[in-house]
Every structure is written in C-alpha cells, then in structure tokens.
Design a protein around this ligand. Sequence first.
Ligand SMILES: Nc1ncnc2c1ncn2[C@@H]1O[C@H](COP(=O)(O)OP(=O)(O)OP(=O)(O)O)[C@@H](O)[C@H]1O
Ligand SMILES: [Mg+2]
Length: 218
Amino acid sequence: MENIAVVLDQYRSITNTSNRTNTLSRPRKRNRADLLRDLGLYDPLQTFGNFELVAGAGDTYQAIRNIADGGTEATMFLCYGGTGSGKTHLLKAVALRLYGRGIFVRYLTWAMVINTLKNGLNDGAIPPYRDILRNYCYARALLIDDVGMGSTGTAFEYLQLEEIIDVRYSRRLLTLMATNKHLDELPDRVVSRLRDPDVSIVVLNSAKDYRIRQGNEN
Ligand SMILES: Nc1ncnc2c1ncn2[C@@H]1O[C@H](COP(=O)(O)OP(=O)(O)OP(=O)(O)O)[C@@H](O)[C@H]1O
Ligand SMILES: [Mg+2]
C-alpha cells in the first residue's frame, strides 16, 4: 500500500541528485507532520492504494490516476458526483502522488479559497486580495474540493471562480476540482472551458455513498 514514507523517498530521489554540492539549494527535509500539514492532509491518509474500485467510481479513478502519473496532456480535471462517492479521497490521493513526482499542490476547499480571498479585502490585509487571487490564478498546480459548496454562492464568489479558471485554462495550468453540484449549476464560462476536450477531463463519479455502505447503515 502506498504510504507517506514511500512518497517521501520518491520525492528525495527526484530532488537529491549526487552532483548537487550547494547545500543551500537542497530542499528542506520536512518531517511527516510538517509535510502533511503543508499538503493540507491528515491521517488516516486517503491514497490510491486504499481506494476500493467500487461500481461507479472506476472512470474517476482512472482519469485522476492518469493525471497523477502524467499520462495525459489534459490540465483541467473536474469530478462531480454525490455525497460519499470518493471525490475527496481521490483528490487527496492525487495531491500525495503529485508530491511524489515533485509537484506541490495543497488540498484546498472552495470555502477556504473564498474565505482567504474575502480576508484579503480587509483594509491593510497582507497579502491583499489581488495578490491572493493572482496566486490562485498562476500557481503551477491548484486543487479545489467542493467547488460551489460551503459558500453563499454570490456573484462575487462565482466571479472569482471564473477568473481563476479563465487564467488557468488559457495558460494550461494543472487544475484539479471536485463538486457535488451538477455542471449546469456552475457558471457557463467555467463549464465552457471544462468542456474543451483538448484541455479538460470531466467525469461523473456515480458511486454510492461509501460512508453508508453495506454493514454500516446504522
Ligand atoms: N471507493 C472507496 N474506497 C475506499 N474508501 C472510500 C471509497 N469511497 C469513499 N471512501 C471513503 O469514504 C469516506 C467518504 O468519501 P469522500 O470524503 O471521498 O466522499 P466525497 O465524494 O468527497 O463526499 P462529499 O460529497 O460528502 O464530500 C472517506 O472516508 C473515504 O476515504
Ligand atoms: Mg468531499
């Protein structure tokens, strides 16, 4: 089973080349707790290794696994589906796997993104709103779970999403998202970009709620 020690070893083997003599340029070795915190993850880890290939989740698993392993040119990914179908599990698994390949992406929820942006609007906020938005727009990789959820769904919030997706789409920046919403509930300009088959992969995770699987109904 995949675990964090394996991921760390993979990462070190990518970054610690034998001809690198300048210790200042070496990445800081992070302990497990620091690494998980930085990635927005916590125990028990949700990995590809402990994801059961239940009915309805196969397409999502294959698509995101492909992205995690660098097996596709597509740079945008959206998984939509019902409660407990494994969307968050797979997003967290991909964050871990990408880290193993030297690509840092923190697990974020849409509510976190919106709160951070709103805080940036306060007088004297550091960093200010513009810098925060720019960071979401231009980060090498961005992962946002529960898009459109946990927020009030105001025009302001959807405008942020449109701007982030527009920039990231045109620059072909790696963007991974999941939502409980159906596509027609998301802004048209976002859906249009997600519908571009050269750039985006959109998959429905139709698995049943794993939390209340057989034997765990009460
Ligand atoms: N196929 C699976 N194999 C193993 N564990 C799974 C699977 N699907 C879901 N789980 C587990 O079930 C729980 C719920 O899954 P998860 O949080 O990924 O659902 P979700 O689709 O994000 O739901 P929500 O819409 O409520 O956020 C988690 O503990 C997750 O690890
Ligand atoms: Mg979830």
